[in-house]
Structure formats: structure tokens, C-alpha cells
Design a protein around this ligand. Sequence first.
Ligand SMILES: [Fe+2]
Length: 293
Amino acid sequence: MLTQSADNSVMIQNRNSIPIVSIDELDSNNVLVNERFKQILLTGFFYLKIPDESYNEIKTLKLFIETFGKRDEVKNEKGLLEAGYINQKKSQAESFLAERGDWNYLEEKQIYPVGVANLANVMANLGSKILVKALNVLNIPRSKWSKLTGKLSDNKGWYILNCNNFKANKSGIGLGPHKDFGYVTLVYNEKEGLEAKIKGEWVPIPPKEGHFIVNFGDLFERAINDTTKLVAIEHQVVHQNQNRISAVLFLDGAMDEPVYKYNKETKKAEEIYSTHKEYLQAMVEGLWGDGDF
Ligand SMILES: [Fe+2]
């Protein structure tokens, strides 16, 4: 259930009030469905039903995440902004990131098990549907979509699959407080730990069986440029006493494309960063200094 607060925004009140969206609703053009989706853009987090045909691939991906930290060939793939293995120093997460152009290659090299690339593409396509639905219900002119999303609305964005294994034997926070950088994020996890900052309070966002957790990123909030319409919510993962996995698909703009914000008065897109890469570098530096989180 969504609640209207005093300042007219729609809030997640507690762990039981996170909205659920079906894929049919994403495809629908029904006025009531669109009105509800408009409200959901302000909650910042929602659950999305996982397609039945993806369950086996999720099991495969889960097995990869539980074991990749023990494999040297995975650990030898290093990097941060492009792809690779990172053992975070300040948090419990051990991560393996890869961009869309590398998913098939990683399967061919038998680093990813077969099925992961397809699952990542399914998640990317769902994220694109969410993006387009949001732009539609917010009445952003179609001619501005490509600029405002760094070509993500043309399926030419930057797509990253991030596999996290939170290690109980590491100290510190699970994952420090942050807003996601991009436009839309889909998360699969099975254990508690994720929290969202709502009106200054950390509210648990528990996993829901058979569902992804979806949230919006900082660039989408900047692009829409109206926090009474769409918000990116700060979140964190609290310290984990048991190992915990998550699979995260980030939808970002193409790195060489400029970053724009929408001006609702002039109905024009105004440039705020000369490239997505420049924005990303500024954010990583500002948030984590040395790039470690
Ligand atoms: Fe995040």
C-alpha cells in the first residue's frame, strides 16, 4: 500500500509497504496502471515479478556468485569501471562486474556458467521497459528520451552485471550508503540486509521470493530533474553475519554520451556533464576517494 504524506509525496512507510509490479503492468497502457506506476516512481523502490523461465538461470548465477571468489581465473580479471574482480576493503562485498559486451565472452571462457549471459540480457530488457514506462507516464517528449538517458532508451546504453558475495568473515558494513549512479537497477537477493533511507530513517527492503528489487539511480533523478516526480533513494547493506549473495544489473547511459537534465518549462534537455564517463569518475571520487567501497 502506498501512503500519501503531508508534503504530498508517496512514501514507503515500512518493510510491508513496498509496491509490487508485474511484467503485464509494464506492458500495459491502461490509465489506472499508468497512474499507479507514476506513484511508484516516487517510492524509489519496488518489486518486479521474475519471469518463470528465468528461475533456472537464477540458480546457475547464484552458484557462480557463491563460488567465484575461490577461482583464480575470476580473480585475475581486474578493473572497476569496466569489468573485473574486486575484493572491497571497506565493506564485506567481494564483487565481479562485467559489461554487456563481455557477457558472452565470459561464458565462452567458462568464467560465467552457461545461462548467465541470457539472464543478464533478460534483466537488461526488463530495465529498459521500466525506463521507457517511466518516461512515458511522466510525459517526457519522445524526442528527448535518447539525450536524457545517454542512448539507454535506444538500447545503446551501458549495462553492467555486478555479482556480490558478502563475506561474513570480513569486518565492516555490507555495503556503504550510496545512490546508484545510473538510471535503473534490478537486484536479485535472498537474504535481508538491504535498507533504504526514507525521510532520514533506514527502512529494511526485504527480499521477496520470485521478485527482483528495482530502484532508480542518480542519473535518472537528475535527468527528470523534478523530485516530486522521480527519486533515487540512498541505500546500504548492513553488516552480514552469514554469507549473502546479490546479483545486480545496472542500466547506465553510454559512457561517451553527454549527461542532460530536462527543463520542464522550456521542454528542452540541458547538458550538465560532457560525458557519462566524466560524471561517473566525479561520483566515484566524491563517494569513495580511492574507488574502494
Ligand atoms: Fe546500490
